[in-house]
Design a protein around this ligand. Structure first.
Ligand SMILES: [Zn+2]
Length: 410
């Protein structure tokens, strides 16, 4: 309710006071607008380097490019080589200023798109939108960071104490390698801003993000010749298929719990009844209690197999921790809403997003964390064409740069 009141107050100001524009930092707004076309060029360059999480060459190329950009902006750059299954290097840039505040900005270099996706869906601009694999998630986040810093540089702004930028390469692999680095860097900062994309139209800013994990069910049956004596076999694949069908309803968005089967492996050869199958469900939760309850329900349902004599066991592998904005983080969200409004933008805080993000790893540090500072985008993690709303480029650069100014104190 507090937020709602704050929103109303800001909106009222907008509607009734022509002097509202005076709140705007005009020189910074001019700088942000000047950065926007350059940021579009950066976005294009980033999209044109394909960086699926396991693409070694592309990841190295992008890492070099970003390290160079940060150096040009005045940062001391450190490259932390990733360990498999992550690839490339985590890029950390540190800017030393004249003040006290320690601010961490994070975004990721990897995308979910396999190599070759760019050839099928090359970068293009159409009607105020730019399209390309990974353009929103999260090349827009990387771009907004770089050009917000460039805008601040044009203002000669360095009132922060230390500004740290981190780009990782395994966010789409639940940050298996870099999660700890995110937590450590956050621990050394006073505040963390995360640059996952927002949403087009209604630009949301989340007050929580789900924790995630992988639920595996391993089914064991009995192998037999599929043509000569299939009756002697116990088909693990058939049992796994039945488990998939009878557990789909565990997915429960109303409780902030997402449970969706996404992978199945079974069988080594066509002419043998398979004795093993492994199925895997993408699993996201807002509440540990709900997660535990759902996993218990899953285990219960495995006790009555369709295929006699098969057994199945659950193996839950926790991934990224969840994120819930604490009071200091919520205050920063309210500040972001107000700042965006200075340039006519509207951010809408939402209670939660079921996507997970590195905000969760950052929050393990106990520091205030805010999420969603990339560009408004659409189609990420879907089979639809991914795009970003280019009309928001300048306002988003302004938002981040002004947040850094505010966080740096007077
Ligand atoms: Zn992302």
């Amino acid at each position: 309710m507090k937020t709602f009141a704050a929103l109303v107050a800001v909106c009222a100001l907008t509607l009734t006071h022509p002097a509202q524009a005076a709140l705007r930092h005009d020189r910074l707004w001019t700088a942000a607008q000047a950065e926007a076309p350059k940021a579009l060029e950066t976005l294009k360059a980033l999209v044109n380097i394909e960086t699926p999480s396991r693409e070694v060459g592309g990841m190295a190329e992008l890492g070099d490019l970003l390290a160079g950009r940060l150096t040009d902006l005045g940062a001391q750059v450190e490259k932390i080589p990733a360990i498999a299954p992550a690839h490339g290097s985590v890029i950390v840039g540190r800017f030393t200023g004249t003040g006290q505040a320690k601010i961490l900005l994070i975004a990721h270099m990897d995308t979910i798109y396999p190599a070759g996706s760019l050839a099928k869906r090359p970068f293009k601009i159409e009607g105020g939108r730019a399209y390309g694999p990974g353009i929103a998630d999260d090349k827009s986040g990387v771009t907004v960071i770089l050009h917000s810093l460039a805008a601040l540089k044009t203002q000669g702004f360095c009132r922060y104490g230390q500004l740290t930028v981190m780009f990782n390469t395994d966010e789409e692999q639940t940050s298996v390698f870099s999660g700890k680095i995110v937590t450590d860097l956050a621990g050394k900062a006073d505040v963390v801003m995360s640059f996952e994309p927002s949403t087009v139209g209604l630009e949301i800013i989340p007050r929580a993000a789900a924790g995630n994990g992988e639920t595996r069910v391993i089914v064991t049956g009995r192998a037999a010749h599929a043509g000569a004596e299939p009756e002697r076999g116990r088909n693990a694949l058939v049992e796994a298929a039945d488990i998939v069908l009878k557990t789909r309803d565990l997915d429960d968005p109303a409780k902030g719990f997402r449970f969706n089967w996404t992978q199945m492996t079974s069988g080594t050869i066509r002419n043998q009844i398979p004795d093993q199958a492994v199925i895997s469900a993408d699993t996201r939760h807002m509440s540990k209690a709900v997660l535990d309850d759902k996993l218990a329900q899953l285990a219960e349902r495995l006790k009555m197999p369709l295929v006699p004599d098969t057994t199945a066991r659950v193996d839950y592998r926790p991934g990224r921790p969840g994120y819930v904005a604490d009071p200091p983080s919520n205050a920063l969200i309210d500040k972001a809403v107000a700042i965006y409004n200075e340039v006519g933008g509207a951010l809408t805080p939402v209670p939660a997003m079921t996507a997970s993000s590195d905000a969760g790893y950052a929050q393990v540090s106990g520091k205030p964390v805010i999420e969603g500072f990339g560009l408004p985008g659409y189609g990420y993690h879907s089979s639809e064409e991914e795009y970003v709303d280019l009309t928001r480029m300048a306002p988003r650069i302004y938002l981040t740069a002004r947040m850094i100014m505010e966080l740096s104190g007077r």
